[in-house]
Design a protein around this ligand. Structure first.
Ligand code: XLS
Ligand code: CA
Ligand code: CA
Length: 439
């Protein structure tokens, strides 16, 4: 049988004592943490685009990646080889899910009809591979940002023909996601936003984006797609001002257009940091508002102001993220998708394994630390105590909507000097350290 990564066997859990590099130190899929196995908590997914189509080029340099399918010239044959390689890769790594854009997996044709035919042919192969391996589709999406016609956006384009084309593309992508039993469908379009207000009708662009999403949700229902629909916030890049800036902006948009019961959010770590937030802030905001649907697990670089999409290896970040996921009751039907790429200088095929192993281990370790922290109740009991003035007296009346400014004024005039408590940040950070270092 053809093998794309013959130098790698199935990656096993060997524990931190092992010096085998192609093994997990912390990720043991069968290990039970609380009420679920690690595999059930983490629901890892490989991003097809970064792992199988990224070539390592940047504005200053040529492609660097060396891939086993590089020499196949026919685009359809190359696409098929990528798909077969992807399933071998995910099987060896023991990752249960993958995500893809329509245009990652199949080459474009000369017309939309021909492009759709190419996609159908590749999707048939993906279907076959899904049956053969223990790997499923976490989410599908339509790529509405590469082609020149999307220069001004998809659903927010000033040109109605582009809107229609974007709709046709999403329709097809929903069809194939449904055919492959995808559990979610993501909408991220980095060109829906604007470069300058001088040429922009912001009101119409926002209304049209909402119209587009409503039609997409209706179509999903028509074809019996019962997966979760997700918006993915990002503040900028490629567009200067993107409409889905962050979780709060995306949530406000969903509420304004009455779409919040049909869409949840796919929160990405690197997009959080680009928006000037921490990853855990975005997760907390989405969770608190009942729209934490799925996660793109990667990280940025604090010194670089762009979307570096690195593998997540910072255990503090993964601990705080898993804390939010656990408090959310898990992510199902979402998951942790590695929207991450190996660095341009990590160009050997084996680096793809190292990148994913590093990310999976960091999240497994973060899961254990977060679980221990949740179980201990050390943070929750502190927080409960901090807000206990709302449990009785005037605080209770505030929370129950049972008071007004007249009464609050009387209460304030009667109150002796107010004594507020310390926030104890440093103490709590040392509690966190204890769980990160010894979960
Ligand atoms: C780009 C986004 C994109 C989405 C899917 O920055 O992260 O890859 O996740 O279109
Ligand atoms: Ca993403
Ligand atoms: Ca990104």
């Amino acid at each position: 049988m053809e093998e794309f990564f013959p130098e790698v066997d199935r990656i096993a859990y060997e524990g931190p004592e092992s010096d085998e590099a192609l093994a997990f130190d912390y990720y043991d899929p069968e290990e039970v943490v609380g009420d679920r196995t690690m595999a059930e908590h983490l629901r890892f997914s490989v991003a097809f685009w970064h792992t199988f189509t990224e070539d390592g080029s940047d504005p200053f340099g040529a492609p660097t990646m060396r891939r086993p399918w590089d020499d196949i010239e026919d685009p359809m044959e190359q696409a098929k080889a990528r798909v077969r390689a992807a399933f071998e890769f995910m099987d060896k790594l023991g990752v249960p899910y993958f995500c893809f854009h329509d245009r990652d997996v199949a080459p474009r044709g000369d017309s939309l009809a021909e492009t759709n035919e190419n996609l159908e042919e590749i999707v048939a192969l993906i279907e076959e591979q899904i049956e053969r391996y223990d790997v499923e589709l976490l989410w599908g999406t339509a790529q509405l940002f590469y082609e020149p016609k999307y220069v001004h956006g998809g659903a927010s384009s000033p040109d109605a023909d582009v809107f229609a084309h974007a709709a046709a593309q999403v329709k097809k992508a929903l069809d194939v996601t449904e055919r492959l039993d995808g559990e979610n469908f993501v909408f991220w379009n980095g060109r829906d936003g604007y470069e300058t207000l001088l040429n922009t009708d912001m009101g119409l662009e926002l209304d049209n984006t909402a119209r587009f999403l409503r039609m997409a949700a209706d179509y999903a229902e028509d074809i019996g797609f019962d997966g979760q629909l997700l918006l993915e916030p990002k503040p900028e890049e490629p567009t200067k001002h993107q409409y889905d800036f962050d979780a709060a902006t995306a949530f406000a948009f969903l509420r304004k257009y009455d779409l919040d019961d049909r869409f949840a959010l796919n929160v990405e770590a690197n997009h959080a940091t680009l928006a000037g937030h921490t990853f855990e802030h975005e997760l907390r905001y989405a969770r608190t508002n009942g729209v934490l649907g799925s996660v793109d697990a990667n990280r940025g670089d604090k010194l670089l102001g762009w979307d570096t999409d690195q593998f997540p290896t910072d255990v503090y970040a993964t601990t705080l993220a898993m804390y939010e996921v656990l408090e959310n009751g898990g992510l199902t039907p979402g998951g942790l998708n590695f929207d991450a790429k190996v660095r341009r200088a990590s160009f050997e095929p084996i680096d793809l394994f190292y990148g994913h192993i590093a990310g999976m281990d960091a999240f497994a370790r973060g899961l254990k630390a977060a679980h221990a922290l949740v179980e201990s109740g050390e943070l929750t009991s502190f927080v409960e105590e901090r807000y206990e003035s709302y449990q009785e007296g005037i605080g209770r009346k505030i929370v129950e909507g049972d008071t007004d400014f007249e009464e609050l004024n009387r209460h304030a005039l009667d109150t002796k000097p107010i004594e507020v408590g310390s926030g104890r940040q440093e103490r709590l950070e040392s509690v966190l350290n204890r769980y990160v270092l010894e979960p």
